[in-house]
Design a protein around this ligand. Structure first.
Ligand code: HEM
Length: 403
């Protein structure tokens, strides 16, 4: 596969030689762990061609242990081909640009009003809790988790389920204790959040994922699996991304000023460039269903498991131009590339929530940085979540002038 070489700083004449603006590079390098026995794909063109190829199948997140004989009991993340296309098409409207503007934007603004009120009332707050609230509220509207007793309670229960299931021990007694705890938490989430949402939609269907599942006759297991996939894919990722963006803007006066002065297009360019450098998910995985032999990939045998390194692909000089580790919001336009590069994946499984995530992050960051006296009291501690091969930013405290 295409090797990704660290550039010689002498070859960066137009930028700042040797500069590396990434905050997550160290922790990601220390935990870099492609799946044993797989082939690493680390060049941009090879990675994109694999993700777009009809000859590969989804292989991430324990896909191989999922029983595909009951497709209505599993998330569409695990499906491929026609079945996958149909399941995605059924909910595509929920992610359309028009829906974001006419519907989700109102949820983002409302949530941000509440976040600002909370922060101004207390004077300071944990940043990841504020970003979690935004991520949960927006994804909850898309999924249809809108009939819980309170949004705070929903956010707490989703967090509890995801944290036990993602960080659970995989061996010995610890595995069984964690499994029991996860099942108990799923039971609480089902009773308090999903049952009222399903009942409301049986009476009056709406335009959301749960209404769609009710109409399509999904089983209880199928509904839980699909809902939790959205929670994992949409909530956990966006929480980390918002904190990462804030960290960059607190640390970089020029970038912050550009963001605050910029129009929406320039603000998105800044967000996408940060996401290129700091992809929340480090890997995608695919298994070749038949031989592949593209100029970019070289020969791939049928059955071969491929670990696609998003971090390496996103910093491949063949597509970034010089100084791939420098934060340069004009890069994507200059290189005529899609701004986030491969941070939202590519091909049939490309993240359907990409635009939603960028919009909610823009709304959050724009409002946060216009608060009087906004400052970072303590920076985040950067941790690694081996379950999702991604960074987690915890402990950042922001403060602002009281209301
Ligand atoms: C910064 C935030 C986000 C990042 C970095 C991100 C990243 C990704 C990536 C890399 C994939 C591709 C996985 C693969 O090909 O194997 C993906 C898929 C997915 N994402 Fe996102 N995502 C984000 C936000 C969201 C949001 C807000 C939602 C929904 C509310 C969402 C829902 C999904 C779903 C349902 C899939 C599976 C798609 C499929 O398999 O066809 N994501 N995401």
């Amino acid at each position: 596969m295409t090797a990704n070489t660290v550039p010689d700083s002498a070859q960066c004449p137009v930028h700042r030689p040797g500069r590396d603006d990434r905050k997550s590079a160290g922790v990601a390098a220390a935990h870099f762990a492609p799946t044993p026995g797989s082939t690493l794909v680390d060049g941009f063109h090879a990675a994109r061609d694999i993700l777009r190829s009809p000859k590969v199948r989804q292989a991430g997140a324990s896909t191989e242990h999922v029983d595909k004989s009951r497709p209505d009991e599993i998330s569409f993340f695990f499906l491929d081909g026609d079945l996958h296309r149909k399941r995605r098409a059924a909910v595509a409207g929920l992610f359309a640009p028009k829906t974001i503007v006419t519907r989700h934007r109102a949820v983002m603004d409302r949530t941000m009003d509440a976040i600002v009120a909370r922060l101004r009332a207390s004077g300071s707050h944990a940043l990841d809790e504020l970003s979690w609230q935004m991520a949960v509220d927006v994804a909850a509207e898309i999924v249809g988790l809108t009939d819980s007793n309170s949004n705070d309670g929903l956010a707490r229960r989703v967090k509890a389920v995801l944290e036990t299931s993602v960080n659970a021990p995989t061996k010995g007694l610890g595995k069984w204790i964690a499994l029991a705890r996860t099942l108990k938490r799923i039971g609480t989430f089902w009773n308090k959040d999903m049952v009222p949402a399903i009942a409301a939609r049986k009476l009056a269907p709406r335009d959301d994922v749960i209404s769609h599942m009710v109409q399509a006759g999904f089983s209880k297991k199928g509904m839980i699996m699909e809902t939790l996939s959205y929670a994992g894919a949409g909530m956990m990722t966006t929480r980390e991304f918002i904190v990462m963006v804030a960290w960059h803007l607190f640390d970089n006066d020029g970038l912050r000023q550009r963001f605050l002065a910029g129009d929406e297009a320039d603000q998105f360019a800044i967000l996408e460039e940060i996401l290129r450098l700091e992809p929340v998910a480090s890997f995608n995985w695919r298994r070749a269903a038949e031989p592949i032999d593209e100029a970019s990939t070289g020969p791939v045998a049928a059955g071969e498991l491929l670990t696609i390194s998003i971090r390496h692909a996103n910093t491949d000089e063949a597509i970034t131009g010089p100084c791939p580790f420098e934060l340069d919001p004009d890069r994507a336009k200059r290189m005529k590339v899609n701004g986030p590069y491969l941070s939202f994946g590519d091909g049939p499984h490309r993240c359907p929530g990409a635009q939603v995530a960028l919009h909610e992050t823009r709304v959050f960051i724009d409002r946060l940085f216009r608060l009087p006296g906004i400052r970072l009291v303590s920076p985040p501690e950067i941790q690694w979540n081996p379950g999702i091969h991604g960074y987690e930013l915890r402990g950042a405290i922001v403060a602002c002038d009281p209301a």
